[in-house]
Design a protein around this ligand. Structure first.
Ligand SMILES: Nc1ncnc2c1ncn2[C@@H]1O[C@H](COP(=O)(O)OP(=O)(O)OP(=O)(O)O)[C@@H](O)[C@H]1O
Ligand SMILES: [Zn+2]
Length: 734
């Protein structure tokens, strides 16, 4: 027996939010009490970093350990459910565990108590001497500090100097009280009434409410045609979740661009309080408030983009993924994940209901519904007088536009009729700017960004050439950079700006507006366009994808899809979802027409009238089209009938990229049921100066492809200048 036995102590394994595969061990001081999921600070090299207690065990340790420095008492615990979610989603997406935790720590400030601020208020009894300035202040000062007016703000409102306010405080005419800057969110009211639901909507709402009441994992597809009132139906499920559990939290995920003022108002009207919002444009301060309030369980309805899934919910009972088919749920950079799939995983771990809502569900989700894994709720009609739009084809070979123009006579006639009738039209073209390509008439050169293999787009409003992939911009040169010819550069093909030029030429006096991410850069601009549409101040709206989804414009009765084939043309590599996506987009954009009492129609301009996606649209037969697609994916063993992963290997030059890619392929583990295709140059072979090679890996469903790819990656040693990015279930094939 040793004379000085090693004393017993506890060890905390602490996961840090950085690219690390596992948690590190730290020793606990005897008087320090920590729990699993607690936020603590620990030393790392010379720094002090904040992480989460991932596991606890008894010492002693074989190696000397550093001590946990402090416990962040004001931070919430990261519940077991979320820790499990981090573990499993990291494994599934082949992301280092620490990077996944970082997704859950998007506001470090929120781990500390809210900063405070002093608010001023008027006290009883007027002071003896009152200058006009003091009188002015007292006449507008609030009676309570709850009004939330700072001394500086009061001085500004009264138009006086800070000294005047200070004097009034010293004279005891104004009081001050300290409050946290981050206000709690108002509690939603579950007892307000929505619309009177139609029978079909009511049946759907009842089914959702029953799932919520079961308090178990229930995945549901809410499959309703455009304008059928899916939002109203899932509002009932939200109300039910709040009714049966006072502390319930609900997450509504929306595609990033869909979080508009109109959506906000719908929530506010239905629940009597604004929801907490989480999106990429939010300020640090807004994020801090939302993160802290969600962690404290006080923010009950959260509406947000995909990353809201990683907020520290304490009691998440219901997740809605609206427009579940939308491509923006897939994050392609950093931690690569599919927000819809992880929502289902999150609900499973937390025994919650998850509702995937769409008029055009993804093939993966439909397959799950067909196979009975998801409950399938259908809404087949629009409420009241509204009906689905008529779909007409404009065959561009028989009905060609004039030279250098893009609108067929058929569509021009329809626009004219609509103008005469005082109704609104939407022209959909998914190309920003003026022209997608700039070519030299002298030498035929197509202009590219200097370090990226992609064409530059001409923007006329700004006079710039822009790379939409990297954001690179340059002024349009006068001389061709290749042959030097003057004034020889011309834009080729249509963008929304060019289409607007054509429309203005055809219909003088019509009010035409362009709706794209260039004209709706800020929330104010976005809401401005939506507002002018709602108020009937626009006759013809020309928009990209941003105009195609989610909006409700009652007087919009004509939709023209200007280039319906654009998503089907090559140049996108082997994109297995091209047909599906084209069908979804065209259905969504057509679905903007005739949503209120006036009937609507959609005109689809196409050179490929016989393609399945166009035929399905015409026949209003989504299921036929999706079954066709399913069959072909099944034959190829593609998702959801098999699994897919993409590997992109990039290096500083072409030779190094080739070497690294072939070394990587040679190290592939040999497993049955796995096919490896490539390496091949990626469709975008050079991006921001890096040369890229792609591999595509397909496996049977019973193979754990994530584990396979992770272990493969681990056993390959590559030079540090080579980057390898892994993408499980890739959506982008660039
Ligand atoms: N029962 C109802 N009575 C009256 N109006 C309704 C009813 N249900 C829905 N509406 C209205 O119909 C319109 C479409 O509803 P909503 O936006 O919920 O449809 P959606 O299915 O989400 O559509 P999309 O998929 O095209 O975005 C909205 O203006 C909504 O207020
Ligand atoms: Zn030239």
């Amino acid at each position: 027996m040793s004379l000085f036995p090693e004393p017993d102590y506890q060890i905390a394994s602490v996961l840090l939010p950085m690219p690390l595969p596992e948690a590190f061990d730290y020793r606990l001081h005897e008087d320090m009490k920590v729990e699993l999921g607690q936020f603590v600070t620990v030393p790392l090299g010379a720094r002090s970093v904040t992480g989460v207690v991932w596991s606890l065990k008894d010492g002693p340790s074989k190696r000397p350990l550093k001590y946990v420095e402090s416990v962040l008492e004001s931070a919430p615990l990261l519940p077991q459910v979320i820790r499990d979610f981090v573990d499993r989603s990291a494994k599934y997406t082949c992301t280092p565990l620490g990077n996944m935790l970082a997704m859950c720590m998007r506001s470090r400030d929120a781990l500390l108590p809210s900063p405070v601020e002093n608010y001023v208020f008027k006290k009883q009894g007027a002071p003896s001497r009152l200058t006009p300035a003091r009188q002015k202040v007292l006449s507008i000062a609030p009676d309570t500090a709850q009004a939330g007016i700072t001394a500086a703000e009061l001085a500004r409102q009264a138009g006086v100097s800070a000294g005047v306010i200070k004097g009034l405080i010293e004279a005891d005419a104004l009081g001050q009280e300290e409050f946290p800057i981050d206000k709690p969110f108002r509690k939603p009211n579950s007892e307000l009434k929505g619309f009177d639901l139609t029978d079909e909507q009511q049946a759907g709402a009842d089914a959702l409410c029953e799932a919520v009441r079961s308090q178990t994992f229930k995945p549901i597809l809410l499959d309703g045609v455009t304008g059928s009132g899916k939002t109203e139906v899932y509002f009932e499920a939200i109300a039910e979740a709040l009714r049966i559990d006072q502390t319930a939290q609900i997450l509504v995920l929306l595609p990033e661009i869909a979080l508009t003022q109109a959506v906000r108002e719908r929530f506010e009207n239905r629940f009597g309080a604004a929801p907490a919002e989480w999106h990429s444009n939010a300020t640090q301060k807004e994020r801090r408030r939302v993160w802290r309030e969600v962690g404290a369980g006080r923010a009950q309805i959260v509406v947000g983009a995909r990353s809201a899934l990683f907020l520290p919910f304490q009691n998440l009972r219901l997740i809605i993924v609206d427009e579940e088919h939308d491509g923006s749920y897939k994050q392609d950079e950093g931690a690569v994940y599919q927000g819809r799939d992880l929502s289902v995983m999150r609900a499973h771990i937390g025994a919650a209901t998850v509702v995937l809502a769409s008029a055009t569900p993804s093939l993966e989700t439909l397959a799950n519904a067909y196979q009975g894994r998801y409950q399938h709720i259908k809404l087949l009609a629009r409420p009241g007088a509204a009906v689905l739009p008529d779909i007409l084809l404009a065959d561009m070979k028989q009905n060609p536009p004039a030279k250098d123009c893009w609108l067929s006579p058929l569509l021009i006639d329809a626009l004219e009729q609509n103008l005469d009738a005082g109704e609104q039209s939407l022209l959909y073209l998914n190309r920003r700017g003026y022209a997608p390509l700039v070519i030299c008439k002298g030498c035929g050169e197509r202009l590219k960004a200097p370090d990226t293999e992609s064409w530059l787009t001409e923007h006329r409003y700004t006079g710039m050439l822009v790379c939409h992939l990297t954001g690179f911009m340059m002024k349009k040169p006068v001389n061709c950079p290749h042959c030097g010819a003057a004034d020889s550069l011309m834009g080729v093909g249509p963008g929304v700006e060019r289409l607007a030029e054509e429309v203005r030429g055809l219909f003088q006096g019509a009010r035409v507006e362009v709706f794209s991410s260039d004209t709706a850069k800020s929330p104010e601009e976005l809401n401005g366009i939506i507002h002018r549409m709602e108020q009937g101040q626009v006759d013809i709206l020309i928009g990209t994808q941003i105009a195609a989804k989610g909006h409700n414009f009652p007087n919009l009765t004509l939709v023209g899809a200007v280039d319906a084939d654009s998503g089907l043309k090559g140049g996108q590599g082997s994109d297995l979802r091209a047909g599906e996506r084209t069908f979804q987009l065209l259905s969504q954009v057509s679905g903007r027409a005739g949503r209120a009492d006036k009937p609507g129609r959609a005109i689809i301009q196409t050179y490929a009238p016989d393609s399945p996606s166009i035929q399905a649209l015409l026949a209003n037969d989504r299921d036929w089209f999706m079954e066709l697609e399913m069959k072909s994916r099944e034959d190829l063993g593609f998702p959801p009938f098999g699994r897919l992963a993409a590997v992109v290997i990039s290096a500083e030059n072409s030779l190094a990229a080739d070497d690294a890619a072939s070394a990587f392929v040679q190290g592939a583990p040999n497993v049955d049921g796995v096919d490896i295709w490539g390496p091949a140059p990626a469709p975008i072979a050079v991006l921001r100066g890096r040369h890229r090679r792609r591999l595509l890996i397909r496996s049977n469903r019973n193979v754990d492809l994530s584990a396979y790819v992770s272990s493969w990656r681990e056993r390959i040693k590559l030079s540090s200048s080579v980057r390898v990015s892994l993408d499980i279930e890739p959506y982008s094939f660039m």
